[in-house]
Write a protein that binds this ligand. Structure first.
Ligand SMILES: [Zn+2]
Length: 162
């Protein structure tokens, strides 16, 4: 079976940072019928990886049920890391021994996002798509312009008229 890779500093864009992660080995059990989480309308099954992230805009933490590439297949929210681990232990008995504390810095998270969005950055102001309303408009070569720049330039053009 394919071995899971090292986890990224965040799983989704609404995370502040990855706090803890677990790669579940064969000794970890699985309780069906937990009824807690659904993908579509189906209860989530056994996954190889779990991740706990600090939410960007609240004190809540998110539990991600991930595949080998740390792509989320299901999520749950909780008030604390401990509560999240308790929930995980109920679904995956033995998982509590698998948790590893992640030590990502803000800088590493920023760099990860920069690389993720490198091809999306506005050529004029450097804004990333999560700081604008729309994806940037593509020009020739690698030129891109975001909606905020378009609005700013267009109002400057409007002011200079007459
Ligand atoms: Zn811009």
């Amino acid at each position: 079976m394919e071995k899971p890779s090292a986890p990224p500093p965040i799983i989704c864009l609404n995370d502040r940072v990855l706090l803890h992660y677990a790669v579940l080995n064969d000794s970890v059990g699985f309780t069906a019928g937990h009824g807690l989480l659904f993908v579509g309308r189906k209860e989530i099954g056994r996954v190889p990886c779990l991740a706990i992230c600090q939410d960007k805009e609240s004190q809540l933490v998110t539990l991600y049920f991930c595949d080998n590439d740390w792509s989320p297949m299901g999520i749950g929210t909780s008030a604390s890391v401990e509560a999240t681990k308790t929930t995980a232990e109920r679904i995956y008995p033995g998982s509590s021994a698998s948790w590893v504390e992640a030590h990502f810095t803000e800088e590493e998270t920023k760099r990860f996002l920069d690389e993720l969005w490198a091809a999306q950055r506005c050529s004029f102001c450097g804004r990333l798509p999560d700081q604008t309303l729309f994806a940037p408009f593509e020009g020739n070569g690698n030129a891109r312009i975001c909606d905020k720049c378009i609005r700013q330039f267009s109002s400057q053009l409007g002011n200079s008229k007459g």
